[in-house]
Ligand binder design. Structure first.
Ligand code: IMP
Ligand code: MG
Length: 369
C-alpha cells in the first residue's frame, strides 16, 4: 500500500503486466503500419513513460514527439476548450499514432481530434495503455488498447494524483475505504471489555461492533438477516457464520467512512476469523490487531461476584458458573490467539489496575500498530 497526499492506494498492475501490454501493442501497431515511418505523439504529462517504453519496443524506425494540452487560463468550465502546446512539425500526409497513458471520459481525446482536424494527416490512430470503458462517453474509435480497467482512480507509470505518483514504475489503484484501524477486542468475562471499548471508540473515533448488539438489533427490527438468524435460533441451532458475516458487512457498509472498527464478540473460531479477514479485504482493509485484556482468574472471579451483587445477572452470582465461563473463554480463544499470533497481530494487555491505567496500556498498543 502507498499513500499520496491524504489518500491510500493498493498495488494494481505490475511493471511486468505493463511491459507485456506494451509489447503486444507495439507488435500489433507495427504489423498494421508496415514499413511506413509513423509519428508517435505522446500527450504530456501522463504519457511520458508509456511513450518512452513503447518506442523502445517498436521494431521499426519511427518518429517521436510530444504535445501538451493546456487549459486557457482563467477559463473554468466542465468541457473547457484546450489549447495546444508543442506541435511544430508538419504532419501533412503522415501516419500519426497518438499514444495515451489513459483514456477515461474521452474529453482529452475529443480535443485531440479537434486539433488534428486541420493537420491533413494521412491517418490518425489512437493507442492507449489504459482504458476505462465504464467512464468513456465518446464515440471516437480506440484503435489499440493495452489494458481495460474498472472506473477507479489509478496512479503510477506516468499517472499522478495531484502531482504525485508519476515516477512509480507500476500502477496502484485507489482504496475503496481509506485507511482504517480495525481491532478485534478480546477478554474473559469481567475483564472490562465493554468499559474499555467505550473509551477506545471515543479516543480513536472507531465504531464499536458488538455482535450480540448487532444480532439483537436485526432481530428486533425484523431485518431480512435478523429473521433469518432468528429462524436458526428458534430451532435451537447455531446461526451460520455467513449470516453473521452478512450482518457485520451491513454494519461496516453503514460506516464506510469510519476510522475503523472494534469487533467485539466475533470472531470466535478460526473459520470466522478467516471470514472476517475476507470481509475486510473486500473493503480494501484489514484487521490490524487482536487486543486481549489479560486478567488473572482469581481477580475475574472476584470482580464478577462483586458485579453479581448489583447486576442481577444470574450468571454473575454463582462462582462455579463464573469459573466455567472463564475456562470456556480460554479454551475457545486459545485458537484465535494462535491465529492472530501467526500474523503478528496478537497483543495481550494487562487488564489489572485502574480503568485509566488499562486505557493507557491499550492506547499504547494501538498507537504502536
Ligand atoms: P479523459 O477523461 O479521457 O479526458 O482523461 C483526462 C485525463 O485525466 C487523463 O489524460 C489523465 O491525465 C487524467 N486521468 C483520468 N483517469 C485517471 C486516473 O485514474 N488516474 C490519474 N489520472 C487520470
Ligand atoms: Mg493524459
Amino acid at each position: 500500500m502507498i499513500k499520496l497526499h491524504e489518500k491510500y492506494f493498493k498495488p494494481f498492475i505490475s511493471a511486468q503486466q505493463i511491459d507485456d501490454a506494451l509489447a503486444r501493442m507495439a507488435e500489433e501497431i507495427a504489423n498494421d503500419i508496415g514499413d511506413e515511418i509513423p509519428v508517435f505523439i505522446g500527450i504530456l504529462n501522463g504519457s511520458f513513460m508509456v511513450v518512452s517504453d513503447f518506442v523502445k519496443k517498436y521494431p521499426k524506425p519511427c518518429e517521436v514527439t510530444f504535445i501538451k494540452l493546456a487549459s486557457y487560463e482563467g477559463v473554468k468550465s466542465t468541457e473547457d476548450i484546450q489549447r495546444l502546446i508543442g506541435l511544430t512539425q508538419d504532419l501533412t500526409g503522415r501516419t500519426v499514432v497518438i499514444l495515451e497513458d489513459i483514456i477515461d471520459t474521452g474529453n482529452t481525446l475529443a480535443e485531440v481530434h479537434r486539433i488534428f482536424r486541420n493537420e491533413n494527416v494521412k491517418t490518425l490512430k489512437i493507442a492507449t495503455l489504459f482504458y476505462k470503458p465504464e467512464a468513456y462517453k465518446k464515440d471516437f474509435k480506440l484503435h489499440y488498447v493495452g489494458i481495460e480497467i474498472p472506473n477507479k482512480f489509478i496512479v503510477g507509470y506516468g499517472l499522478d494524483y495531484d502531482g504525485l505518483g508519476r515516477d512509480i514504475p507500476e500502477v496502484y489503484q485507489i482504496k475503496e475505504t481509506q485507511h482504517m484501524t480495525n481491532l478485534v477486542l478480546f477478554g474473559p468475562p469481567g475483564a472490562g471489555k465493554g468499559t474499555q471499548a467505550n473509551f477506545l471508540k471515543e479516543k480513536y473515533n472507531l465504531v464499536h461492533i458488538s455482535t450480540g448488539d448487532v444480532f439483537r438489533f436485526n432481530i428486533k427490527n425484523e431485518t431480512a438477516l435478523g429473521m433469518l438468524a432468528k429462524s436458526f435460533i428458534d430451532k435451537g441451532e447455531l446461526v451460520p457464520d455467513q449470516v453473521t458475516i452478512d450482518m457485520l458487512n451491513a454494519e461496516v457498509e453503514k460506516n464506510a467512512d469510519a476510522n475503523g472498527f472494534i469487533f467485539d464478540g466475533f470472531p470466535r473460531t478460526n473459520a470466522q476469523a478467516e471470514s472476517l479477514d475476507k470481509l475486510m479485504e473486500s473493503k480494501d482493509s484489514q484487521i490490524d490487531a487482536m487486543i486481549a485484556l489479560e486478567v488473572d482468574d482469581e481477580i475475574l472471579v472476584g470482580r464478577l461476584l462483586e458485579r453479581g451483587k448489583t447486576s442481577g445477572r444470574p450468571d454473575d452470582a454463582d462462582e462455579s458458573i463464573i469459573r466455567n465461563r472463564i475456562t470456556e473463554y480460554y479454551s475457545k480463544t486459545a485458537i484465535l490467539k494462535d491465529y492472530y499470533n501467526a500474523q503478528n497481530k496478537y497483543f495481550g494487555v494487562d487488564g489489572v489496575g485502574s480503568i485509566e491505567d488499562i486505557t493507557v496500556r491499550l492506547s499504547t498498543a494501538i498507537d504502536n500498530l
